[in-house]
Design a protein around this ligand. Structure first.
Ligand code: IPM
Ligand code: MG
Length: 358
């Protein structure tokens, strides 16, 4: 089979981690008889420099024409002086909105080999940790009405948190479907003791639950959820929540694993279309130095094979290859302990390619 992938290397370490990921995808292609065609497009700071805007129309068009999008990272200090609405990060919001990527899957798992990196007491995470945050990605306060206005007390600004039943229903379905494939436990996170939008959220999640009698559903207020994630993270299987709460809780969950350089993510639209990217950012301080950990992006490509292309064995092959490289004792600088000699970005990619082909 042939698959067309739009590549957005982006800024900082983005191009390096994307390069290694393509090597791994090509190895998968070779082994399983697939052809991955890549079209590179600009978004983020590099697009501002070359085209004067962070998300050129051509980028969106090519992404829409492709089967999936693979993104490295965007942003960096070179563009920090720009006003909020012109910053490279706006490319992400534009892609999410224009590609209809309403469901953001952010797994937070603790690799056995990296258990030491977890900042929590070992007894809290014994036996590993495997949580998926399902974050609503195209609604809520990120995309609601916003303005700066004059009031009698001077200038004021507002951002509106609004959810429709349809928006809650479709993200809830994604989360319940995910729970069905896992431990059948779903936690919906809201602030229903205060917010009207959260009360609607909770009501709709309850309605959808009727279609999933096997899934054990509970509801947490967001403040409690933030606390429980560090108090007893193993109680969670799938967490579903709004755009802004998901932004915050997914960062917290990733930090609980201690290895943000390892964590992939998927942003899905209706149908099988999706955009895949590492959870980490552009890490401009180490860009171009062959120090970046490409594993999060490589694992994002595994998610792409699984969710968009339905290539389950191939996705497993990538994940097993990463696991093998870790088990063999190889570490990039971000996950190496003091007494370990780290491998560089390229070498890490080569090792994963060898493990795929081996
Ligand atoms: C994320 C990021 C983005 C977000 C920013 C960069 C716009 O924090 O993907 O979590 O807030 O969604
Ligand atoms: Mg975030």
């Amino acid at each position: 089979m042939k698959y067309n992938i739009a590549l957005i290397p982006g800024d900082g370490i983005g191009p390096e981690v994307i390069r290694e990921t393509c090597k791994v995808l090509d190895a998968i292609g070779e082994k399983y008889g697939h052809e991955f065609n890549y079209t590179e497009v600009l978004a983020g700071g590099c697009a501002i420099d070359e085209k004067g805007e962070c998300l050129p129309e051509e980028t969106v068009r090519i992404c829409k024409e492709s089967d999936a999008v693979l993104l490295g990272a965007v942003g960096g200090p070179a563009w920090d002086h720009l006003p909020g609405s012109e910053r490279p990060e706006m490319a992400l919001l534009g892609l999410r909105g224009q590609l209809g990527l309403f469901a953001n899957l952010r797994p937070a798992m603790l690799f056995d080999e990296l258990a030491d990196a977890c900042p929590l007491k070992p007894e809290l995470v014994s036996g590993g940790l495997d949580i998926v945050v399902v974050r609503e990605l195209t609604g809520g306060i990120y995309f609601g009405k916003k303005d700066i206005i004059e009031t009698e007390n001077g200038v004021a600004a507002y951002d509106v948190e609004q959810y429709s039943e349809m928006e809650v229903r479709r993200i809830a379905r994604v989360a319940f479907d995910m729970a069905m494939k896992r431990q059948k436990k779903l936690t919906s996170v809201d602030k229903a003791n205060v917010l009207e939008s959260s009360r609607l959220w909770r009501r709709v999640v309850e309605e959808v639950a009727a279609d999933y009698p096997e899934v054990e559903l509970n509801h947490f207020y967001v403040d409690n959820a933030a606390m429980q994630l560090v108090r007893q993270p193993k109680q969670f299987d799938v967490i579903v929540t709004s755009n802004i709460f998901g932004d915050i809780l997914s960062d917290e969950a990733s930090q609980v694993t201690g290895s943000i350089g390892m964590l992939p993510s998927a942003s899905l639209a209706t149908g099988n279309f999706g955009m895949y990217e590492p959870v980490h950012g552009s890490a401009p301080d180490i860009a171009g130095l062959d120090l970046a950990n490409p594993m999060a992006t490589i694992l994002s490509a595994a998610m792409m094979l699984r969710y968009t292309f339905g290539l389950l064995a191939e996705a497993d092959a990538i994940e097993n290859a990463v696991q093998k490289v870790l088990a063999d004792g190889y570490r990039t600088a971000d996950i190496a302990k003091e007494d370990e000699t780290p491998v560089g970005t390229k070498k890490c990619g080569d090792l994963i390619v060898a493990a795929v082909l081996g």
